[in-house]
Design a binder for this molecule. Structure first.
Ligand SMILES: [Ca+2]
Ligand SMILES: [Ca+2]
Length: 462
């Protein structure tokens, strides 16, 4: 199902006049313009604009092309309670940036960011990890902030980094701890700068949804303010070789022996910090690897290639699959985030109706995504027994298929695929729901799956 050609042209015409990726885009207006001005002259001028516009002006936000990093990087890590894994993950993340040659792009790094509880000994050990890696890999010490010693410094540093952002100089903010400190920094920043900030997360814990802690804020405290949320897959699956809650066993250490046996003292330091953590887990560093590559599947061998063999990976350009968690949509209308720790739901989070009807909307603005692409779009929704719900997907206000009904057979999470949907960066993705009384209209995610191998390779060359 293809968006109307005219709407598409109008969309392109509007985009050509906008001020780059971060410009305000009148999503709904685009559809209306399309319908009103579908005359030949308009189409001709739209085609002309399309022809004249350089491809690069719509280029995908590819933060790193293997040589140059476009924008800046900030990180917030915990490590002072709950899990020792950041004692290893923080140094590995710093090693990844340094080995990619972008350490001057890191403008903020706060650590020990769990505020409700702490452990003084853990704070010291994590500080030794962070500052030890900073010294060995040659970072400026002024960008590092211990949240337990200088919370104001951490908050002011985040706000400063955000305030210096623009469409040409975005901030990629890796969230490797809960949301309290990032929230305080974001709250202190200038509101109109937040749309140039991409928060990257891979876990519901970091998103602020923890069972054993009472956090005041979650990612929803910042998403409606215009922060872009980038949820990559759970990095524990590939980068943690021992489970949470107990020390690693000998066979679980084995995959990391290349660190132990390295000729590079900096790499041996990473091994030492992993040993100290007792956990064979640097999963939060997977977000740093993603930021350098667009690859959501960082694994041991890829880290070895970069950190030990010093081979900088070629970024993938545009991701073939981009999953947008519904809980991260910019605008929830009649909807609220639902945290019932549902292991069947992606990231164990979703949204459900707070009213009888509702819709969720978000601009498609993700790093390592094609500027324009044709996708099969999965919408994952919940089928409830004996209750009817109807769902519909729209791009820029244009329906992409007939609305579909949940079967009402109680089969639970169900995926509807809408084939061949054209989506440009900046387009608004919307899911609308109508239900009978008592239905929840649960939604888990919307996933864009590229159909275009040819355009993927074209994007890779950019
Ligand atoms: Ca962490
Ligand atoms: Ca979800």
């Amino acid at each position: 199902m293809r968006a109307g050609t005219v709407a598409l042209l109008a969309s392109w015409a509007c985009r050509a006049g906008s001020q780059g990726r971060g410009g305000t885009r009148p999503y709904h207006v685009q559809g209306r313009i399309a319908r009103k001005k579908a005359g030949g002259a308009f189409i001709r001028s739209a085609l002309l604009l399309l022809a004249l516009a350089s491809v690069s002006s719509f280029a995908a936000p590819v933060p790193f092309d293997g040589k140059t990093f476009k924008g800046r990087i900030a990180c917030s890590a915990d490590g002072n309670h709950n899990d020792e894994d950041d004692w290893a993950a923080s140094p590995v993340a710093l090693a990844i940036f340094a080995q990619c040659g972008v350490k001057d792009r890191l403008v903020h790094f706060d650590y020990n960011c769990i505020l409700p509880q702490t452990d003084l000994e853990w704070e010291k050990i994590h500080a030794a990890s962070v500052l030890g890696a900073a010294e060995r890999y040659g970072y400026a010490s002024s960008i590092f902030h211990d949240c337990r010693k200088d919370l104001d410094g951490a908050i002011n540093s985040i706000a400063k980094a955000i305030n210096e952002s623009s469409a040409e100089n975005p901030l990629y903010f890796i969230v490797a701890g809960p949301m309290e400190v990032p929230f305080l920094g974001i709250q202190k920043s200038e509101g109109e700068k937040r749309k140039f900030v991409y928060c990257i997360s891979h876990s519901r814990w970091n998103d602020g949804f923890a069972q054993k802690y009472t956090f005041t804020h979650t990612k929803r405290s910042v998403i409606p303010s215009g922060i872009k949320w980038v949820q990559i897959r759970d990095q524990n699956q590939l980068l943690s070789t021992s489970p949470y809650g107990r020390p690693a066993r000998p066979e679980e250490w084995r995959p990391w022996h290349w660190m132990r046996d390295s000729d590079d003292r900096k790499v041996r330091f990473l091994w030492e910090r992993m040993l100290v953590s007792t956990r064979a887990d640097c999963s939060d560093a997977g977000m740093a690897y993603f930021l350098m590559t667009g690859d959501e599947a960082a694994e041991n061998s890829k880290l070895r290639r970069l950190l030990e063999e010093k081979i900088v990976p070629t970024p993938i350009g545009a991701r073939k699959h981009v999953r947008l968690e519904t809980e991260n949509f910019l605008t929830l209308e009649g909807y609220a985030v639902e945290d019932r720790n549902d292991r069947q739901a992606s990231h164990r989070l979703g949204v459900k109706l707070a009213e009888k009807t509702g819709r969720i909307r978000t601009p498609f603005d993700q790093p390592y995504a094609a500027a324009t692409g044709n996708y099969d779009v999965d919408v994952r929704y919940f089928d409830e027994k004996a209750v009817r719900s109807q769902f519909a997907l729209s791009i820029n206000g244009v329906r992409q298929s007939a609305a579909w009904n949940a079967p009402g057979t109680g089969q639970g999470w169900t995926t509807k695929t809408i084939p061949d949907v054209r989506v440009n960066l900046g387009d608004e993705i919307m899911v609308e729901v109508q239900t009978e009384a008592g239905a929840t209209g649960r939604l888990d995610y919307v996933e864009l799956k590229s159909r275009e191998a040819s355009s993927q390779s074209a994007d890779r060359k950019k």
